[in-house]
Design a protein around this ligand. Structure first.
Ligand code: ADP
Ligand code: ZN
Length: 856
């Protein structure tokens, strides 16, 4: 055995070109291979929901090359799938193993600590190791496999001669025209039923050949080519005139390069038509040379934003103490976790930046998590100014290719700082010494699809594995983190005052129950809020208006019979959007035209109720026609640069009033915002979720924190129907500790986290009876384990608050346990019993969500 030839009958064709998507076609025809004495085996985690590890034989030529953490292609049933080598295996499996088909990486994609981390996650979050590994890799490294169909030589010879059914003829004609087609491509051309089975029949006949195509990017260095003049400027000048008539574009390109120096082909194409050919011609003449340089897409994205920078500030004493403490921990080189609790505007970012600097000085690398990177252009600009190319930005709004480029730069350790949203916790750095989790309370750190991890907790585990220091920062720490700090599990560092004005803004509550506050029926802004905005406009200061609901009207109802327009697929009311005059479901993207008459009773008085950001915008524009108004929510910021445009305009003072959802509450630092209006504090209070009060307190405190960050003190006006609620009262008083005391007492009384550990187990299916039945069966299997374990309680089963989502009926149950371990024992018991009982699923999906954030 030896060489690729050993793989026959596996046929392998692939393109080795760097940075192209390599297409690999593998034909599987009885891949049973003999293995010899020196065969080694590897355990592979397939990157999908295949539950167990599979053992494969490693062809001899890769035995010196393969390492844990590398991606491989392996045969699995009829398909070829991507997996990750997790370990070597010396004991051959009992059944004849198949061979690894291809080794995808020259370097491990995952570092050893990431392998350990993903393994821990798989156990803790009840996922497969393959799923957690997949979550740790950028999309472009998670190849998919598709079936493709081609004509066999036999098929080609008979394609036109034989009499066949119309569907068969159509299939054969299409295949004769296109060399190969996927099922999707077929479906676009042929709508007749029985397409799939007909193709299969043709395959069985030997007329059509089925292959599996896997596309996968390889790990490589992201580079781009720059074109430079090969001669001195004088020589080029003299080369231009003779080209002027025969090849004017060549002359133009040379003149362009004389001005710019080195330039990318993409840039040149923007200025000169047909630049690609022109470049080739000039290269052949020896006038140009290509040079390679590393590509760094984020530098291009962030250079245009002109923001203030606090590069040379002197730290306040609170900042200095916090930094000193973190530096001490860094010097110790052991795992430690820190809760940095600093009020809004207390200068937490400056502490993070300097701690980063300190870690770099010690030769350590840094992971910096932020809730949403697109919302933090200021931070990026600042980090780039300070650390230049050392910053790798794992940005969720980059294209797939750009994301891969940045990931690869980090992977090659060419960036020592990786910044990004929750998935950046998997940055493939090898010497992580510091992990920062900014706004650690933010719900976006929870991934709501498998694996359902909470990046803040994964950060703590990664820090343990790397002996690193993890800094969790927030003005409104989560109850979980604050409880940990109280129990001395975390070092607790405080920044109690604002840097500039010292004082937090004054918060005024407007009681909407009082008639005199309201500006008439249907009006969104109360009298006090209107007056306050008018004052800001006159003083040329900026206002933020916050409402955590997008769209125009939150429901549409018939005045006569009370019918509410519902999503046909989900158990929620449809939201009316005024820009395109449609009704939309915010859960499944269903859209409909609003009815003129009631669909139930044909009544003609169909009315619009409830307020979203679009209605606020309309009212603001109506009352203040002279104001420059912008809106920032998911509808208004679809484009890649839209968000940044709004933030840049806000920074330049080109916006007087910005209306938005929770996007506007996060981290922004604009000194000219002196008024924040909360249109309704009650949106989150009413949610059926034990964290409703916490979430409300956090949102109010965070949005209030945007006001008065400059020289002029800020004011916050909060409209509410529940001014006496403790979450609102404590937010008004800027009293986190008071809020915590009240909230933790309630969590203890009712047994909710952090007093207990929680798991949600959800069931959904298209058939409402099937889901209920299955859920009851599972609960019966689970009950004995609940009874046997101390202090474990089970709530439910019951239909979920969101009883139907995307045509799937949902049930859930909650498990509470004194420790995570107990919780896992019970869940594992239940799942094992379920496997043994082999209860038919009937299309029911079971989802385990450990430490759930969303309970709807
Ligand atoms: P936080 O993240 O705690 O809300 P920031 O880090 O955004 O606060 O800091 C608030 C503002 O104060 C920023 O504009 C920052 O540049 C500035 N700042 C931070 N530290 C200092 C300091 N020591 N002296 C002067 N300005 C500072
Ligand atoms: Zn829906």
């Amino acid at each position: 055995m030896g060489g690729r030839g050993a793989h026959t009958p596996l046929q392998l064709q692939r393109s080795r070109r760097l940075h192209t998507i390599a297409a690999i076609v593998i034909q599987l025809k009885g891949t049973c291979l003999k293995h010899s004495q020196n065969t080694r085996y590897v355990d592979v985690a397939p990157l999908g929901p295949v539950p167990e590890l599979l053992t494969y034989a490693l062809p001899p030529e890769w035995q010196g090359l393969a390492r844990p953490g590398m991606r491989v292609l392996v045969p699995l049933g009829e398909r070829v799938v991507t997996g990750c080598v997790v370990a070597f295996q010396d004991i051959p499996p009992t059944n004849a193993p198949k061979f690894v088909v291809d080794l995808l990486d020259d370097e491990p994609a995952l570092t050893p600590d990431l392998l350990a981390l993903t393994q821990w996650m798989a156990t803790y979050y009840v996922a497969t190791w393959g799923e957690t590994i997949r979550a740790a890799l950028p999309r472009a490294l998670q190849p998919g496999s598709v079936q493709t169909f081609t004509l066999t030589p036999h098929g080609r010879s008979i394609a036109e001669s034989e009499a066949r059914s119309p569907l068969e003829s159509r299939i054969l004609t299409l295949l004769a025209q296109h060399r190969s087609l996927t099922l999707k491509q077929f479906q676009r051309q042929i709508t007749a039923p029985g397409l799939r089975s007909t193709i299969q029949r043709l395959a069985a006949e030997g007329v059509v050949e089925v292959a599996h195509k896997v596309s996968a990017s390889r790990i490589h260095t992201p580079t781009e080519h720059l074109f430079k003049l090969a001669l001195s400027p004088e020589e080029v000048e003299s080369a231009i005139p003779p080209l002027e008539r025969r090849a004017p574009q060549q002359a133009a390109l040379l003149r362009h390069l004389l001005q710019t120096g080195a330039t990318t082909a993409a840039e040149l194409r923007r200025h000169i038509s047909g630049a690609t050919q022109v470049l080739r011609a000039l290269e052949q003449k020896g006038l140009l040379v290509r040079v390679e340089r590393l590509r760094a897409p984020m530098l291009a994205l962030s250079t245009e934003t002109a923001f203030l920078d606090a590069a040379d500030v002197t730290l306040t004493s609170a900042q200095g103490n916090a930094l000193e403490h973190i530096q001490q921990l860094l010097r110790r080189g052991e795992f430690a976790s820190v809760l940095l609790h600093g009020v809004t505007g207390s200068g937490k970012t400056e502490v993070y930046v300097r701690a980063t600097s300190a870690a770099l000085t010690q030769g350590k690398q840094v992971i910096y998590l932020v809730p949403e990177i697109a919302l933090t252009p200021q931070l990026l600009t600042r980090l780039h100014a300070r650390f230049g190319h050392d910053v790798g930005v794992l940005h969720s709004r980059l294209t797939r290719g750009e994301r891969l480029d940045e990931w690869l730069r980090v992977h090659q350790q060419q960036a020592a700082i990786a910044i990004g949203p929750r998935s950046a916790i998997f940055a493939p750095l090898q010497r992580v010494g510091l992990i920062i989790v900014d706004e650690e309370h933010d719900p976006s750190y929870k991934q709501e699809e498998a694996p359902r991890y909470l990046a803040r907790d994964v950060a703590i585990m990664r820090a343990k594995l790397c002996e690193a220091v993890v800094v969790l920062g927030s003005a409104t720490p989560s109850l979980e983190s604050f409880a940990n700090a109280q129990q001395q599990r975390y070092h607790y560092l405080q920044l109690p005052d604002r840097v500039r004005t010292k004082d937090l803004p004054a918060v005024v509550l407007v009681d909407l129950r009082r008639e005199e506050n309201r500006a008439g029926a249907g009006a969104v802004l109360s009298h006090p809020l209107r007056q306050a905005i008018a004052v800001r406009l006159a003083r040329r200061e900026q206002t933020l208006l916050f409402l955590n609901r997008r769209g125009y009207a939150t429901f549409v109802q018939c005045h006569e019979c009370g019918y509410i327009c519902q999503c046909p697929r989900c158990s929620v009311a449809l939201t009316f959007h005024i820009d395109d005059r449609t009704l939309k479901c915010h859960y499944c993207q269903f859209t409909a035209t609003p009815p003129e008459t009631c669909p139930a009773c044909r009544g003609t008085r169909v009315e619009y109720f409830g307020t979203g950001t679009q209605k606020v915008e309309r009212e603001v524009r109506h009352i203040f026609p002279q104001a420059r108004v912008a809106r920032m929510d998911r509808d208004a910021t679809g484009g890649r640069h839209a968000l940044q445009d709004i933030l840049t305009r806000l920074a330049r003072g080109e916006i007087d009033i910005l209306i938005g959802t929770q996007m506007i509450t996060k981290g922004h630092d604009f000194p000219r915002i002196t008024l924040v209006g909360v249109v309704s504090a009650d949106v989150t209070l009413g949610l059926p979720d034990f964290r409703a009060a916490e979430r409300t307190f956090q949102l109010l405190t965070q949005v209030a924190g945007r006001a008065g960050r400059g020289e002029v003190p800020g004011e916050v006006i909060v409209q509410t129907f529940a001014p006496q609620h403790y979450a609102i009262q404590r937010a008004q008083a800027h009293d986190f500790h008071g809020f915590y005391a009240e909230e933790i007492a309630y969590r203890k009384r009712l047994s909710y986290p952090p007093a207990v550990r929680l798991a949600a187990i959800r069931f959904d299916a298209r058939d409402p009876q099937a889901v209920e039945r299955f859920c009851q069966t599972f609960v019966a299997l689970l009950r004995p384990y609940v009874r046997d374990a101390d202090g474990v309680t089970l709530l439910g089963p019951a239909p979920a608050a969101l009883a139907k989502l995307n045509n799937r009926y949902r049930w859930h149950l909650l498990l509470k346990a004194p420790t995570a371990r107990r919780l896992h024992e019970v869940i594992d018991g239940g799942l094992t019993a379920l496997r043994q009982a082999a209860t038919p699923r009937n299309g029911v999906r079971l989802i385990v969500d450990i430490d759930p954030v969303n309970l709807l």
